[in-house]
Design a protein around this ligand. Structure first.
Ligand code: NAD
Length: 488
């Protein structure tokens, strides 16, 4: 039973290198998804508390921005070593508050470490160009920090998504204020501890917990120069509009509805195991998860393998719970509405031994769906696969293109020509060929298209260097020549 607010210890904010008790009277209970028990309380900070964090970050950023990039990234090297040494301990915190399995938590940390490796390479990646533009006159471009920056992150990868942003921003010479999901706030305090142990000066990494109030205050705050956002499309759009309206840089990644296309020449075993992993991993709560299977022509044997394979996946044994009772009940609502089209019902695939209060839900399949059905269009964000059938590859591409989202899409085929036609035709920022979770690894950038992303470019990879810095163009003349021209 979920305890009432006021009965559990409240988590602190992390401001100016100190753990600060929030003055806010608004709090939420953080629940452990495997049992439904309350494990902590998270303060919903006020705009005034954000103001304090920004003021302290601004003071700290002056020296940090003047520190050379080679020195700045030393902190990230130390952070990487600390994370590698503590990976099991960190994974336990993620699993406690998010519910994903320990191997999934560990995997997300290893992926986050790759982001640290990328940011640690900034001395090699960021030297600007230099050109003698006329005799004795040189133009060069240098990258300057923006000042104080912010990141707003979702519940589903509470350590990895903050590390898509913080290392790149901090290596660029900025201070970074994280507003983590109020559903998974504990991992962010682990990050604060690790940054501290790695020797980051106080005020360069901060954590301000909260909800809409503090997010809106971030969008409005004149002391914040740039915001990275990752979450649902509705909030991504709102943050993008409000932040840009206040002349900030905003890059906002939103929700997804990822289509996986299966054609008759696909390898049955590999395709089935890959699709099952994509649908069920992290209980379907990944923005890269398979959501719609587009079956081209007769692929019944592959569909049957997927169905029978998913029927063996049991929540509580093979996959973790969903984040909350509300998230699980939302899946149930779609299954109720889909009625007889439900050919595999995850409500029956929960291990008998799971705690009664846990938010477990096994994998489901809704078959013979129309591309216009709600379960074909809406982001359900749970372990649910909708199957839509069509006659040929062009129809499949049209179905994928019809989605307003554009995060990921994948094709399963043994034909290079078919794969290439799909790669060219898919309206998605991240495309897989025989890969159901086509996450681009560093240095390739992570980011979708359409309603899955607002703002130009991507959040990680090379785009990140552009996003977290501003360029300064310097024109210098050192010649002693008396020759004069219009540049003199
Ligand atoms: P969410 O949009 O509910 O929350 C994300 C962040 O926004 C949180 O920090 C939350 O506190 C804040 N927030 C929530 N409602 C707000 C409001 N009305 N005004 C201002 N701020 C608000 O997302 P979530 O449920 O935490 O995460 C799941 C979503 O994130 C899914 O849609 C998933 O696809 C998406 N996601 C996308 C990516 C990507 O790279 N595109 C990656 C991970 C997750």
């Amino acid at each position: 039973m979920n305890p009432k607010v006021g009965t559990l210890p409240a988590l602190p904010n992390y401001i100016g290198g100190e753990r600060v008790v929030s003055s806010s009277v608004r709090r939420l209970v953080v629940t452990k998804p495997t049992t439904g028990e309350g494990i902590a309380e998270v303060p919903l900070s006020s705009a005034a508390e954000l103001d304090d964090a920004v003021a302290r970050a601004q003071r700290a950023q002056v020296d940090w921005g003047n520190t050379g990039v080679k020195d700045r990234v030393q902190v990230l090297f130390r952070l990487k070593a600390l994370m590698e040494a503590q990976v099991d301990q960190l994974a336990r915190v993620i699993t406690e508050e998010n519910g994903k399995t320990l191997p999934e938590s560990r995997g997300s940390i290893l992926r986050a470490i790759e982001c640290l490796e990328f940011a640690s390479s900034f001395p090699q990646l960021t030297p600007g160009p230099l050109l003698e533009v006329s005799p004795g006159v040189e133009c060069r471009s240098i990258r300057s920090p923006l000042g104080v920056t912010a990141g707003i992150t979702p519940f589903n990868f509470p350590m990895m998504v903050p590390l898509w942003m913080a290392p790149n921003s901090i290596a660029s010479g900025n201070a970074f204020i994280l507003k983590p999901s109020e559903q998974t706030p504990m991992s962010s305090l682990e990050l604060a501890r690790l940054f501290e142990e790695a020797g980051l000066p106080p005020g360069i990494f901060s954590v301000v917990h909260g909800d809409r109030e503090v997010v809106e205050a971030m969008c409005d705050h004149p002391g914040i120069a740039a915001i990275g956002f990752v979450g649902s499309t509705t909030v991504a759009k709102a943050v993008y509009s409000r932040g840009c309206g206040n002349h900030k840089r905003v890059r906002a990644l939103g929700g997804a509805k990822n289509h996986l296309v299966v054609v008759p020449d696909a390898d049955p075993e590999m395709t089935a195991s890959n699709v099952i992993a994509s649908v069920t991993g992290c209980a379907g709560q990944r923005c890269m998860a398979a959501s719609v299977l587009v079956a081209v022509g007769d692929v019944e044997p592959i569909i049957e393998r997927i169905r029978s394979g998913m029927a063996k996946v049991v929540a509580g044994r093979d996959i973790g719970p969903m984040i909350s009772a509300a998230a699980r009940d939302r899946v149930y609502e779609y299954l109720d509405r889909a009625g007889e089209k439900v050919v595999l019902d995850g409500r029956r695939q929960v291990d008998a031994g799971v705690p009664a209060g846990g938010f477990f839900c096994g994998p489901s399949i809704i078959d013979h769906a129309s591309p216009d059905d709600a379960w074909s269009c809406d982001e359900i964000f749970g372990p649910v696969l909708t199957i839509v059938r069509c006659n040929n590859l062009e129809e499949a591409i049209a179905i994928e293109n019809g989605s307003p989202y554009g995060n990921a899409a994948a094709i399963y085929t043994s034909s290079g020509g078919v794969a290439e036609r799909f790669v060219q035709g898919a309206s998605a920022g991240m495309v897989g060929v025989n890969v159901g979770v086509p996450v681009p690894r560093e240095p390739f950038a992570f980011g979708g298209w359409n309603d899955s992303s607002f703002g130009d470019g991507d959040l990680t990879g090379e785009s990140a260097i552009e996003f977290w810095t501003r360029s300064k163009k310097v024109t210098g003349k050192w010649t002693q020549s008396g020759a004069q021209n219009w540049m003199s």
